[in-house]
Write a protein that binds this ligand. Sequence first.
Ligand code: WQD
Length: 336
Amino acid sequence: MSKVLVTGGAGYIGSHMCVELLQAGTDVVVLDNLSNSCAKSLEAVQRITQKKLNFIEGDLRDKSTLAKLFEHNDISAVLHFGGLKAVGESVNNPLSYYDNNVNGTLCLIEAMTNADVKTIVFSSTATVYGVPDTMPITEDFPTNPINPYGQTKLTIEHMLRDLHNSDPGWSISMLRYFNPVGAHPSGEIGENPNGIPNNLMPYLSQVAVGVLPRLQVFGDDYPTHDGTGIRDYIHVVDLVRGHLNALEFLQDNPVLAIHNLGTGTGHSVYEVVEAFEQASGKTIPCEVIERRAGDAAESFADPTKANEELNWRAEYDLHRMCVDSWRWQEMHPRGY
Ligand code: WQD
């Protein structure tokens, strides 16, 4: 029975992907080094779905682990989430990002080639666009990342593009995520950042549950309707369902494809705070401080290409994103 390999499957997005795959009747193998995730997420995945998955604790850069994995499992496709993803950390420690993300992906592609597995869905990011001049963002916008994290993701995109040009037998989907937030409606899995969260939604979730005292708003002097930054938040369940559609798309079209995964709607920081207060019934104390270096005023997708080619559309609105985030946080004030 062919299986799908999910690298980074114990992580925030990877664990939500495993739920959808298992519920779609697909057998799942997870490879994760647990450097930025917790195996308890996979126990929760199996509880939610009442199905088993095969978890291998290992590093993408460990070639013998990869070779054994492909030898012992009939893998038909790979969903590749494994990698580091904190922008600030990448600025301070760029080489660890190139080693984990680029070198890790290179090792994965080599192992896939040796096993004659040539279908991959790659977790890319809207960060590859840098700070575009206009909105909304389409896939043909120039790519100009402004931090090492985004640079590693673009380097991997170029590696995959050159691989496909050298061997069109590869079916490659590169999905550029906007801002994934929210959690599975069970509240059993969710975003579980190590230490103080960098991103808005997990940070304000921890303020609401009392773990953090207040939200620091990074600037209220942007050229937006209320002065705060605007982003395209997308529910993580919508996001991973887009991956199922991308896999199906590759089955019918052995190509290299790039798609934005976003809702096409932007929300400001204050709009997210208000939605979260409504969803949680909690008050979020806010303190405006200076802008965060590298932040854009606005970033939101034009998701038309994915809507049409992948027959996929984000369903959940900001309220549902906040309700599901809050349920996870309230059930797990300190994470797994
Ligand atoms: C959102 C808005 C902040 C925190 C990042 C990565 C991107 C992707 C998603 C991996 C901005 C404001 C935030 C806070 C705040 N990750 N903010 N106070 O920066 O759009 O994207 O996460 O793929 O690659 O760059 O998301 O959640 O950090 O910020 O005011 O404590 O919230 O200024 O306007 P971002 P974010």
